[in-house]
Ligand binder design. Structure first.
Ligand SMILES: Cc1cc2nc3c(=O)[nH]c(=O)nc-3n(C[C@H](O)[C@H](O)[C@H](O)COP(=O)(O)OP(=O)(O)OC[C@H]3O[C@@H](n4cnc5c(N)ncnc54)[C@H](O)[C@@H]3O)c2cc1C
Length: 463
């Protein structure tokens, strides 16, 4: 089959992946692997006259172990499919869900070191036993899988000797055809915790408090603190009529919408507090109240029977914010010309640093005539990802060009402050980073050795 840039192939198994790679080698044609190809907001970089290898047809859960809490999956296994699989098994294990499409692939997401919600939200940290087809067609495993030690392969990321898992994410060294994903058991007791912040100063204090709560282990895993536009755009589209078809949204209008929807505060954060006993849950809740309650009066705890969300397309609605057409039942932002560019700098988990970067990103988005759409992902105990979303109508060329300029200015600005995105979109990045000589040389040599004809995703994450 052909797409606008070249041919699309859809292997059904490992052998076919090998076959296509060998053929690409023979004919010296660039070949780009994707899993479900829904990398919306970041995009799939492809050269002209190339092959797109879509792995969605390889969609088996090939191993499942309830006791050791893991599954081994192929690239076509989506968030929705894995959720349904576990439901069917009446499993006590949960998956981390994302704001992206439920029909997107876990392996596709992990290949980009994507992030989900909850205890294992840093999904890249919870993988083992990758099966990878090298550009020349050989198959390798990572960890103990390399030595045929199958009993150990899925429970230990590292084997003995050099650990190579990381080589295959955000890179062009191989095609991942299988991996083991560790899952977290459902806690016996849980509560949904919600807090609001009205000012930048309160947000700063909240961030510092959350760092303390995370480092000491009271709060675990990743969760999002969304600003008002990020949160509201999941519920409504841009109020074109009320704004007399002008952009960007005025603060007066924003306040009106917030009032209408009963939205309090400028920022809202939400996470699930889990525990194995009522006493532990109570202890955690009291500790959070003690620390966060001092900073914001808007702190709520709600009992949850099943705190673990089904993968949902709710947040995809936000892609349609600036579209004038109504949101279709089956959403596909790519098909529908929704413009969205994510800019996602990594920043230290320090309130002041976050505040400076957020303010800067908001300022630039507004300068270019977009709404300041920002979320903060509390991904680890030491770093945060600030995720700015430039949302626009891609069918309006002028808006697209403006969005690219805005993206560039944010990226350059955060880079000047010493920060950089955890992941790159199609329109940014490589040129800003200058890899130091030794690292650059090593990567270049590795690429030459494993992909002598440079056919696998040329230029992807190459510095
Ligand atoms: C509203 C909205 C919310 C979103 N929320 C989130 C979120 O919470 N967290 C998040 O991480 N992302 C989020 N996204 C971004 C994106 O949609 C997800 O990351 C999604 O999982 C990526 O799509 P995919 O799984 O189909 O990956 P693909 O498009 O299949 O793959 C992405 C890239 O990874 C590489 N790749 C894929 N498969 C392989 C393979 N088998 N071997 C080697 N390389 C491979 C390729 O370079 C490919 O271009 C969001 C997007 C939108 C629009």
């Amino acid at each position: 089959m052909k797409n606008s840039r070249g041919i699309v192939v859809r292997p059904k198994n490992l052998r076919e992946v090998q076959k296509y790679l060998r053929r690409a080698n023979k004919q010296k044609i660039p070949i780009y692997p994707v899993s479900t190809n829904k990398n919306w907001g970041y995009g799939a970089f492809m050269a002209k006259k190339s092959i797109l290898m879509e792995l969605s047809g390889m969609d088996k859960v090939v191993d499942y172990n309830e006791k050791l809490a893991y599954v081994t999956i192929e690239p076509g296994v989506t968030f929705k499919k894995l959720y349904e699989f576990l439901e069917k098994k009446k499993s006590n294990l949960t998956i981390s869900t994302i704001g992206g499409s439920p029909d997107s692939s876990l392996i596709g997401n992990i290949s980009e070191r994507g992030i989900g919600k909850g205890v294992y939200g840093n999904m890249y940290e919870n993988i083992a036993n990758l099966e990878v087809v090298m550009p020349t067609g050989e198959v390798i495993n990572t960890g103990f899988g390399n030595f045929g030690l199958d009993k150990l392969a899925s429970i230990s990321r590292e084997g003995v000797g050099p650990e190579i898992t990381g080589l295959f994410t955000q890179s062009n060294f191989g095609v991942i055809t299988k991996l083991t994903l560790w899952l977290h058991p459902k806690p016996k007791y849980s509560q949904l915790t919600t807090f609001h912040a009205n000012t930048a100063r309160t947000l700063e204090k909240i961030i510092d408090a959350i760092r303390v709560l995370k480092l000491e282990g009271t709060i675990e895993g990743n969760f999002l603190i969304a600003n008002e536009i990020r949160a509201l755009s999941c519920y409504i589209q841009y109020p074109w009529k009320e704004m007399d078809h002008k952009t960007p949204l005025s603060s007066k209008q924003l306040e009106k919408i917030k009032k209408r929807l009963g939205f309090v505060g400028k920022w809202v954060g939400q996470f699930v507090l889990g525990a194995s006993s009522k006493m532990i849950l109570k202890g955690k809740r009291e500790r959070i109240r003690e620390v966060l309650g001092k900073i914001t009066p808007y702190l709520y705890f709600n009992d949850q029977n099943d705190p673990f969300e089904k993968p949902s397309d709710f947040a995809i609605r936000s892609c349609y914010w600036r579209k004038k057409t109504t949101i279709p039942k089956v959403m596909d932002p790519e098909r529908d010309g929704c413009g969205m560019l994510w800019v996602s700098p990594v920043v230290p988990f320090i309130g002041r640093d976050i505040s400076i970067v957020v303010k800067f990103m908001e300022k630039i988005m507004i300068k270019y005539g977009f709404e300041a759409n920002v979320g903060i992902n509390c991904i680890t105990d030491r770093k945060l990802y600030i995720i700015g979303s430039i949302v626009y109508d891609k069918d309006v060329k002028e808006e697209h060009d403006r969005a690219l300029k805005c993206n560039k200015e944010i990226l350059e600005g955060v880079y000047m402050c010493g920060y950089f995105p955890y992941r790159l979109n199609n329109f940014s990045g490589n040129e800003l980073l200058v890899a130091k000589g030794g690292y650059k040389g090593l990567l270049r040599n590795l690429k030459k050795m494993t992909d002598p004809k440079n056919i696998l995703a040329p230029e992807r994450y190459q510095f």
